[in-house]
Design a protein around this ligand. Structure first.
Ligand code: PLP
Length: 368
């Protein structure tokens, strides 16, 4: 190109509506974060446990009721900063419910249309919350069908598939920037054991465990990461064998355990994995709920049981120290399932023996 021709190119110095929208959108998303304090790190006391402190990071108190509030905000910021989300974009997501609730909230905040693709078995409380935030729900019969249908709907509407199962792992800034790992380790700083021996977490997208595992390495901490998996999930076998093509029938514990190895699941940063039976998860959720005077969700039961398994092993070996896990969401969403004895009986789930073992461990210093 010649000098003259080069200088003849028109430069757009006028209005920039897309940029103006983006500025407003980012302001609104940041505003949501600024108006929130950090979530509690609670430390319940149990008579039977001496020398081992258990901490629970309570993610149920976000405005949309679960840890997915953080993920949804990150996915929106990621989509907007990448230029994938604009003022007319219809947003579509595949979800087992919690993420869709949080995304519906942020879509409403920005005035965008939102469609959630979910299994028909999703709890009615979540479906109602999505509708209340102005989103619409599209149901599929099998958990494994959510991905394809969401992609299709996004193509049909010319919209954007948020795709938590792919982007959870990278939409969160794992080095810090107020991610959940940074928040946990900051809150632990003045405790008797400021560097916990283990952080225990279940996996849905795998994003939270990826963030925690990477942060532990980045900060050069001695903490290890244990991921707990449930019945009907592909994650444990994928971690144990190193294969990513494992499939499973799907999980009964909403929010965790997936029929395929999600792209956001990062086995390389996980030190150990434990499989927890559904009966143990639900028994643990109920016991913990009674101790906290409020109900926690099923995946929190899985987390809690995994944490107790590690605590029991530490006790056997005469170790002391601290363990941290998450309260992922509240049990109010599961009145009809995990807290309904008829629902358990229909599925042949007997929680009584698990409950007895958990209570004896927490209260009477018995082995788990
Ligand atoms: C998503 C979710 C999890 C798991 O978190 P990930 O970061 O997706 O692995 C656990 N519990 C509940 C209730 C969830 O919604």
């Amino acid at each position: 190109m010649r000098f003259d021709d080069c200088l003849k190119q028109k430069l757009p110095l006028g209005d920039h509506p897309a940029r103006d929208w983006r500025h407003r959108a980012i302001d609104l998303l940041m505003g949501d974060a600024r108006r929130s304090a950090d979530t509690h790190l609670i430390k319940p006391m149990f008579k039977g446990l001496s020398g081992i402190s258990l901490y629970l990071k309570d993610e149920s108190t976000h405005p949309t009721g679960s840890l997915k509030h953080r993920l949804a905000r990150s996915l929106f910021l990621y989509g907007i900063c990448n230029g994938w989300i604009g003022p007319q974009t219809t947003l579509v997501e595949a979800s087992s419910g919690s993420t869709a609730v949080s995304e519906a909230y942020f879509a409403q905040l920005l005035g965008l249309k939102f469609i959630a693709v979910m299994p028909r078995s999703t709890s009615p409380q979540k479906v109602q919350a999505i509708a209340q935030f102005g989103g619409s729900c599209h149901f599929v019969d099998h958990a494994g069908a959510v991905y394809g249908v969401a992609e299709e709907l996004a193509a049909q509407t010319g919209g954007h598939y948020l795709d938590q199962f792919t982007f959870a792992e990278r939409a969160t800034d794992w080095r810090g920037n107020n991610n959940i790992a940074q928040s946990i380790f900051d809150q632990m700083q003045a405790e008797a054991d400021p560097v916990p021996d283990w952080v225990v977490m279940s996996a849905g997208t795998g994003g939270t465990s990826a963030t925690i595992g990477r942060f532990i390495r980045y900060r050069n901490l001695a903490t290890r990461l244990c991921v707990v998996d449930v019945e009907g999930s592909a994650f444990y076998e994928a971690w144990a064998t190193g294969r990513r093509d494992i499939t499973a029938e799907g999980s009964r514990i909403e929010g965790i355990g997936r029929p395929r190895v999600e792209p956001s699941f990062v086995p390389e940063v996980i030190d150990h994995m434990i499989r927890v039976p559904d009966a143990a998860s639900i028994a643990a959720a109920r016991v913990l709920s009674e101790r906290l005077f409020r109900r926690v969700g099923g995946s929190t039961g899985t987390n809690f049981f995994g944490m107790l398994m590690i605590a029991a092993q530490m006790a056997r070996e005469g170790q002391s120290g601290a363990l941290v896990t998450l309260i992922c969401d509240s049990g109010e969403r599961y009145d009809g399932s995990y807290y309904n004895d008829a629902w358990l009986a229909e599925r042949g789930i007997d929680i009584a023996p698990w409950r007895a073992r958990i209570e004896a461990f927490l209260d009477c210093d018995q082995d788990l």
